[in-house]
Design a protein. Sequence first.
Length: 572
Amino acid sequence: MNSSVSSLSGLARRLVKEGHLSMEAAQSATVEAREARTPLVHHLVAAGKVPALVVARSAAEEFGDPLVDLNAFSRDSIIKDIVDPRLVTKHTILPLMRRGSRLFVAVSDPTNLPALEEIRFNTGLNVETVIVEDDKLRRWIDQVESEQEGKAFENLDDDLDNLETADAAPAQAGGEDTAGADDAPIVRFVNKLLLDAIKGGASDLHFEPYEKNYRVRFRQDGILQTVSKPPVNIASKLAARLKVMARLDISERRVPQDGRIKLKISKTRAIDFRVNTCPTLFGEKIVLRILDPESAKMGIDALGYEPEQKQMYMDALQKPQGMILVTGPTGSGKTVSLYTGVNILNTPERNISTAEDPVEINLEGVNQVNVNPKQGLDFSSALRAFLRQDPDVVLVGEIRDLETAEIAVKAAQTGHLVLSTLHTNSAPETLTRLRNMGVPSFNIATSVILIIAQRLARRLCEHCKEPVAVPRQSLLEMGFTDADLETGFTVYAPHSDGCDKCRGGYKGRVGIYEVVRITDGISRIIMEEGNSIQIGDQCRQEGFNDLYRSGLIKVMQGVTSLEEVSRVTSGH
């Protein structure tokens, strides 16, 4: 016991000695934090293993730093301009006050010495640390960032004519459309829509021309909502303006085009939009998808996995070879799940290459390739090239055909970790889809190690959600068990009118997952060419929750509503 305790880090050892953690829990938490590349302090608090205040007190005693309650400070008194905002976010530190040449910063993890050294180097001040609770620190940093971003947006709102876009190209063709693209009212209107979409948390913007009207819609929390109906006679000018910003050919209106817009929000932040045009009956429909680089860096704890599901994903990521498949419809969060895994794997010791259509988020340290089928660079040819470049980890944006599937399977069987996506509805259907493509059952059983099927459900607003009474029999018919009902959970529903902090009773989204590890039992059914129903039955026997069951767990946790679970998982 004593030798095991002494092998732990100072903070973990103190928590064990003080009785806040068992030795086994401390050892597993240390390993999990290292694998997830998160500080032990944050992992213990985020996973609910030890209360934030307990961890902070133990850290203060262990490292001899003062313990401070952040709530004793006013946000207005926080120093916001002495430390680069990127360092605040990168290192999770908060500058509190300055006294002469001394800068006092709030930290929850005092062992992060490189962070303190970087801040000392950038500010030229002597940095002294005070310990604060991890959850409070992260909330404060988020709120300070939101306030600063809000001010940046206000400044941009005041100057919509001159909102900067990177790499904007001059018009490629003359005529009325080109002139209209530079009209001040059109420029202001488009810029305001882009800013409103970012501020409103939209994921997509739809510009849609019809015979007698024009419509602009935002997709917010997965639901499309009309936000503007400009005059139909400016449709061509709106299209021209967006195409100029995206460096597209204004004179070409007969075929779809793809481009990107980079909108500068501040000196330190820019937002990327992926742009696609499509000729319709009455003009070009243009859809912009907002690409948020921060979504790929949220960390696995923020995605909504249940603890056992998260552990299965983490275990699979540590395997030296095999294939991890993420499946679900467009807009279900597959890219974020994959990028989260790649971020965890992204270390100097690994060679990581990705083939995507298109690359949505740039990741430093990862070799990313945009596939271009017109030029002969498709997923299969990119994958072949990767395998000649000594890869450790390969990400294939999507397995669309037998050729790509066969190369990915071969890579997974020959010492490479392969991550990819498929468009299927569930984990069992993913396995049968590969077989229907023509991949031999033996290769599927020996290459695939984990499948994640997922959906995004709207999250109930914490400020206005309402408890509802549902009869016991109805709950049982919906799929809850007697054991579930014995826990005494409360079912919540959205407030019919919502509140000033949400839209219709919902705010944000949460992932619902079906995570299946390929076990011996499942492999046997694959080898026997069993169908998806047989594989699904085996998954349930081995304790893997399907999407609907995972959704019910989110209902029991008060995170989402029964109606929302039924909507995104197609019911029971």
